[in-house]
Design a protein around this ligand. Sequence first.
Ligand code: ZN
Length: 339
Amino acid sequence: MIPTTIAGSLPKPAWLAEPNKLWAPWRLGGPELQAAKLDATLLAIKLQEDAGIDVVTDGEQSRQHFVHGFLENVAGIDFAHKVEIGIRNNRYKAMVPTVSGALRLKGRVHEPEARHARAHTTRKLRFTLPGPMTIVDTVADQHYGDRTKMALAFADTLNAEARALERDGVDVIQFDEPAFNVYMDEVTTWGIEALHRAIDGLKCTTAVHICYGYGIKANIDWKASLGGEWRQYEKIFPALAASRINQVSVECRNSKVPISLLSLLKGKDVLVGVIDVASDEIETPEQVAATIETVIKHVPKEHVVAGTNCGMAPMHRNIAQAKLAALGKGAELARKKFG
Ligand code: ZN
């Protein structure tokens, strides 16, 4: 009961990439970089295992960014011509690659780290991919001229990689869709349709992660503008409850999301964010257990998984590690108290 996992990413060691930065440049190149990514993957797994995390990830050590890491192996994307656009409804500016032709997967994207992770842990393995809507929102289109069409094309490339990850031995495949909290109407018109296309034919557990973003300034400012109650989830949860996705990963800790909204996810496993990634303050096990206690008033406890609000990629390593430990200990405490 109440197993633990993380949303996906952990900070990278300073010898791999510049620390405490999104889109951090790599410190190495060529074969040295490839080997270093796998070494960092092992470390990420070990840290999670030691913290008592039940369903571990590769810590996203092999990708520079959760969206662009996938796009690097998609034909039809021009990385040589990056342009600056406003993303997440203009919340912040980013340099993004251009879609210049029909999208097609050039080959495997995450095979080395998925297989390396699988070979070195006996725990359940969770693997994250960007969701179609979030990808569409993080590229500049010069080819499709239609967000739905482009999302479905991306979904086909994601599906090819997801099927291969399943063959690599991955137990849970999660699609990260922070854009679901921004374009709520599109979630029902084409967002879930694109997700269904991405999970087509998968037998493993599937998940979608919908959060309010990393703890970077643009997101903190945005959250401050959302008022006393964040009700974005209310608009999209009924459609997600009716979807074929098995698990929904949401933000709860230090969040203004009314926890009662989680009851709208009837029938789904809910990955409850009990660790705030936007604050360096380390949660106590008691605080973690208290968040779980609020959640089990609205979600049957056999459907509750304890996790982090979002990825920890831009955090300080020692803080992320302490938060991992708090997650493990807090869930253990919750099992004792409410099990
Ligand atoms: Zn997130």
